[in-house]
Design a protein around this ligand. Structure first.
Ligand SMILES: [Zn+2]
Length: 246
């Protein structure tokens, strides 16, 4: 019997690992499993194709509504940061809340898209952060923060210092990163109903998009793009009957 070299075994294991991962990837941002095919990939993803209130959108045709300020009670910190193959996601400690229209939502996690998923009057931005919240009934509210190119963002810098390079990699945060430091100073926002921007594209998500972008450097956008390896934005979806309040 031929002796199998340890190096050969290592390569075989590596290939098996890669194949296992490829088989697990249910959807992607391009090709056969790209956004235009999501609805056909799994019966659970039907809304990605048939939903009438899908996100993201190009925010336009704003309606004046005198929206009340969002009340932020973010007391916690980022606990860990993970590369899940679709994005880099930062988990947040329990007990941080925001209140809007009398409804209280707890911050669960923060993740990023490049380029931006939402557009403002047709303008796309290099990076968008999603602060994902849930209320006691599991209803979701997402605060979107757009980024424009400028000075280096010191808070993003702290996060990116531990940005995981490999899919599946997770790092515990060694420095203190607060979610409110990732928000713009001026917290005026646009409001509309929408969905998750990834499969299963579940609707009933309250979207609060910050009107003012925060600055990030070109290098910081590049750092994120290189780790993800491809754009990770779903294209803008039709507004249909929805209105964008401001
Ligand atoms: Zn997102």
């Amino acid at each position: 019997m031929k002796k199998i070299l340890p190096a050969t075994v290592a390569v075989l294991m590596l290939l098996a690992g890669t194949m296992a991962y490829a088989a697990e990837e249910q959807w992607s941002y391009a090709g056969e499993k790209g956004p235009e095919h999501w609805a056909r990939l799994d019966p659970a993803f039907t809304l990605c194709g048939q939903g009438a209130n899908q996100s993201p959108v190009n925010l336009t045709g704003f309606i004046e509504a005198e929206l009340e300020p969002i009340k932020f009670d973010y007391t916690g910190l980022v606990t860990k940061i993970q590369h899940n193959g679709h994005t880099v996601q930062a988990a947040y400690s329990a007990g941080s809340f925001m209140t809007v229209n009398g409804r209280q939502f707890e911050l669960r996690q923060i993740h990023f898209h490049t380029p931006s998923e939402h557009q403002l009057d047709g303008k796309q931005f290099p990076l968008e952060a999603h602060l994902v919240h849930a209320d006691a009934k599991g209803q979701l509210a997402v605060i979107a923060v757009l980024s424009s190119l400028g000075a280096e963002n010191p808070n993003l810098k702290k996060l990116w210092q531990q940005i995981p390079q490999e899919v599946g990699q997770e790092e515990g945060m060694a420095t203190q990163v607060r979610a409110d430091h990732l928000l713009p100073e001026n917290r005026e926002y646009y409001r509309l109903n929408g969905s998750l921007t990834t499969p299963p594209c579940t609707e009933g998500v309250l979207w609060l998009v910050m009107k003012n972008p925060v600055a990030v450097s070109e290098e910081q956008v590049k750092q994120f793009s290189e780790v993800i390896g491809h754009p990770n934005n779903r294209p803008a979806q039709p507004l249909n009957a929805r209105v964008v309040l401001q």
